[in-house]
Write a protein that binds this ligand. Sequence first.
Ligand SMILES: [Zn+2]
Length: 209
Amino acid sequence: MQVKKDIVHYAKMLEKNGLVVGTAGNISVKIGDTMYITPSALPYEEMEEQDILEVDLVSGDVIAGKRKPSSETPMHSYIYKHNSRIKAIVHTHSTYATMFACAHLPIPIVHYTAADIGNEIAVAPYARYGSEELALHAVNTLGDNNGVLLANHGVIAVGETLKDAFRRAEAIEEVAHLAYGAHQLNSVKPLGPKDLAEAVEGFKTYVSG
Ligand SMILES: [Zn+2]
């Protein structure tokens, strides 16, 4: 099944590209009323197509797959149910972005690639991992943007395709790293409102190669 193949491909890329350590993070895709999601606690290098679970978004039941679904399954389902434009979610604990999340600081938009995320990369208030409250905070803080930080936890990147959501998870980490570096240089210079608005507009028609 293509969607399961894609999820496994990007799940392995999460680890390869240094966006997760160990079994942290998870990926899902929504097709119709079905959510396809990575399993809980399975090392990425061992993950195969048959390990991806199918969850009915209406009933919340696992309809296919033998493993335990990701502990963040309630958060993924809640996001899909409350924001119909979202068809794919990538969740990571990538280091630099999570440093901002732990400091409760939005990531300054110091590089134009962050415009792919939208006007801001804000921090959703803390709630326990796996809780519905965390999902609610994520949805509320995300708004129309394509990425959000979860306080003292990590990163959510979303998109209409898994490719978009994954690219954004990488962009969030990259911009967090750059912003951290700029801070070390004692000169954080975020894009001004006009330049940011132009870049955001540009990304609306961006087609990844
Ligand atoms: Zn997490």
